[in-house]
Design a protein around this ligand. Structure first.
Ligand code: B12
Length: 213
């Protein structure tokens, strides 16, 4: 791994925004694309924070601090995603599902989708299934991206699927899911259209689902 990517990951684990921003700028200066900085640097640090939390070495306060570093760094990275494919590609609704407030990953997915030409409607976190259904009705969006990091929120994923079927909208939208507690299998089990393990893949997933060439 590039040394600056390692430094960025380390700085997240150490809750050091200044060091993280410095490392991210070094990555960008040496030609590493923004999506790679997220995937190979920042996300690696966040995963380590999660592991330390599981081991009982970090607590909620540490998760908050790591999240804050990530937010500071994303301000630097915003606008650095490749905009070469810009052109209108349709609307995608994003939401972190009900019961879950993790939004750093969703926000990165939003930035990447916007950079590749999608109109992103971000409904935020802890979003009720009905709010998603209303948004599909109002905006006519062809895509919905759902984020879930908490395993316990899985019931809310099913509620979204059921509410869209009930509203007669399920065949009008394509749904992709992502976030640490999701998987290809979960997407299949819930009848969703795709699963993505990184924001870098979100644009190509929705291009494929919405048949944009
Ligand atoms: C930071 C963090 C927090 C912060 C969140 C800040 C914020 N604004 O988001 C705070 C402090 C609020 C928090 C709270 C909690 N957290 Co927390 N948190 C994390 C941590 C360390 C990092 C998450 C993160 O931001 N990762 C970085 C981003 C970039 O990655 P990402 O979200 O996975 O997104 C990427 C991809 O998944 C993908 N993606 C995401 N969405 C989508 C959508 C689509 C459509 C696609 C295609 C792709 C895609 O693209 C993104 C970028 O590449 C994780 C550890 C981990 N391994 O994830 C724990 C973790 C998720 N938290 C956990 C827990 C338990 C909690 C709490 C319950 C703790 C508590 N006791 O209160 C609360 C829950 C609050 C709630 N109701 O939601 C557990 C969940 C365990 C589980 N399986 O259920 C984890 C896994 C930690 C652990 N190992 O135990 N947390």
């Amino acid at each position: 791994m590039h040394e600056a990517l390692q430094k960025a990951a380390r700085a997240i684990v150490d809750f050091n925004s200044d060091a993280c921003i410095e490392a991210v700028n070094q990555c960008l200066d040496s030609g590493i694309p923004a999506w790679e900085v997220v995937n190979e640097g920042l996300s690696v640090g966040m995963k380590e924070v999660g592991q330390l939390f599981e081991k009982g070495e970090y607590f909620l306060a540490e998760l908050v601090m790591a999240g804050d570093v990530m937010k500071d760094v994303m301000k630097v990275l915003e606008g650095k995603f490749d905009k070469s494919q810009k052109g209108r590609k349709g609307k995608v609704i994003l939401a972190t599902i009900k019961g879950d407030v993790h939004d750093l990953g969703k926000n990165i997915v939003g930035m990447m989708l916007s950079a590749s030409g999608f109109d992103v409607i971000d409904l935020g976190t802890d979003v009720d299934a009905e709010v998603i259904v209303d948004s599909v009705k109002k905006t006519g969006a062809g895509g919905v991206g759902l984020t879930m990091l908490l395993t316990t929120a899985v019931g809310s994923m099913k509620e979204v699927a059921d509410a869209l079927i009930e509203a007669g909208l399920r065949d009008k939208v394509k749904i992709a899911i992502g976030g640490a507690s999701t998987s290809e299998k979960l997407a299949k089990d819930l009848g969703f259209d795709a699963y993505g393990d990184s924001a870098a893949k979100a644009a190509s997933i929705f291009e494929k689902l919405l048949e944009i060439s």
